[in-house]
Design a binder for this molecule. Structure first.
Ligand SMILES: Nc1ncnc2c1ncn2[C@@H]1O[C@H](COP(=O)(O)OP(=O)(O)OP(=O)(O)O)[C@@H](O)[C@H]1O
Ligand SMILES: Nc1nc2c(c(=O)[nH]1)N=C(CO)CN2
Length: 174
């Protein structure tokens, strides 16, 4: 609650968020690690926790296997501002959008933003495929198993148990 005359408290609208990181082109572990540092250096974003990295079988067209992980952030950005920040970082790592679900150097997706549901033309939160992707749910359950996904009302741990871990294994370097 903002009282007139008081300075705008930067913690007024800090929000807990979860993001997915992935890539399958180049030195992906170095890219993901560097992208997390870039996120933490971004105004309005603090990286709180990250999962371990996982080697995952590609979902979609045939392509190299991915390296995936998730991270928990505290943000004082609005959802659309967070998306723009993620896309700016992706662009810095040579992200070229060719085919849908095609290979990429770096993919940063917003998975959860507090308990909010967002349905905008270019931004849906929770991420539309969150509930069906083992390559997201396995790392996310490692760091946020008790988080309730607002569309289903189920916890991340429950969603992960439903989807299983086929095609997802811990990366050697963790
Ligand atoms: N929660 C979200 N996180 C990131 N991008 C989103 C989200 N919701 C919608 N989008 C939109 O999805 C568009 C396509 O993103 P991208 O090319 O990364 O898709 P993809 O990673 O290939 O497929 P998927 O969206 O299934 O992961 C983005 O330009 C963005 O506007
Ligand atoms: N294993 C895996 N498969 C994918 C991934 C990903 O991050 N990991 N991302 C995609 C587009 O978002 C499509 N397919």
């Amino acid at each position: 609650m903002q009282h007139p005359g008081q300075p705008d408290n930067p913690n007024d609208h800090d929000e807990r968020c979860a993001i997915a990181l992935g890539g399958n082109l180049g030195n992906v572990e170095a890219t993901l690690t560097s992208a997390l540092a870039d996120l933490n250096a971004t105004d309005g974003i603090r990286v709180e926790t990250k999962s371990r990295w996982y080697r995952t079988a590609p979902v979609g067209p045939p392509q190299p296997e991915y390296l995936n992980g998730c991270a928990l952030l505290t943000v004082s950005l609005l959802p659309v501002e967070l998306l723009a920040a993620l896309q700016a970082i992706e662009a810095g790592y040579g992200r070229e959008r060719r085919e849908r679900w095609g290979p990429r150097t770096l993919d940063l997706d917003v998975l959860l933003y507090g308990d909010r549901v967002v349905d905008l033309p270019r931004l849906q939160i929770p991420h539309p495929h969150l509930g069906e992707r083992a390559f997201v749910l396995v790392p996310l359950a490692e760091i946020a198993a008790d988080w309730i996904e607002p569309r289903s009302g189920l916890s991340i741990g429950q969603l992960a148990a439903r989807v299983g871990n086929t095609g997802v294994r811990l990366a050697a370097a963790n």
